[in-house]
Design a protein. Sequence first.
Length: 258
Amino acid sequence: MKIVSWNVNSVRARIQNILNYIKQSSPDILMLQEIKTENKNFPVSDFKNIGYESHIFGQKSYNGVAFLSKIKFNKISTGFINDKLNQSRIIAGDIKNKSDLIKLINIYVPNGNPIDTEKYDYKKIWLKLFVLEVKKTLLKNKNIIIAGDFNILPEEIDSHDHTKYENDALFKLEIRKKFRELVNLGFVDVYRHLNKDKQEYTFWDYTAGSWQKNNGLRIDHFLVSNNILNNVKNIIINKKPRSKIKPSDHTPIELEIS
DNA sequence: ATGGCTGAGCTACTCAGA
């Protein structure tokens, strides 16, 4: 089964790129972040026409997450944490994989910049609530996949120049500690697990020729719980969509499980 | 390079992104 996570930076502005990507890559499940639209304006029929059901947690202008899926989802929920600002940042649902029931949690973590503002406090509180809720969820289901735009650079190797990010909400030590805390509940950062020293990115800023210079960041991640780590076959950062006309600033990360 | 693009909402310009 192929499960993909992609921050598309507006589902409506990106519809043709997304449809092209799906036709080439044919994921079983596509987890979208930053759809930037309300449920009623989500292009459900465009995806239905190529065989995908939509499960949407939208918001006007900002944020918003969704699942596109060829397979059936159960128990879709949009209230995973009590988001203090009522922003649409998490959608979760259960899927059947052979005899396993797997909970998929699709997240768009707050950016948190600049760090001397309430935006940074919101990111910290959000992460705290999220870690607490994942810990509770693990007691009920040991099979969990968390994927999405984490807005966290886990280590120095995950950016083109970590010295520029020491006082950035993506790389502040206390934020990276929250990421470690989440992993230490019993997860594996799949990309880093299978690529110990490789320096690849999932995001390149639109400005300053970042893409051309490969000045990127690895901030989109797949965390798989230890119980299903043996099911992981492969993980790939697919850079092709970032090279297209009118791209998202993020590119898809693709997980293959058995 | 001290935010240099981009999208949404709206229809001039701000907010947000990372």
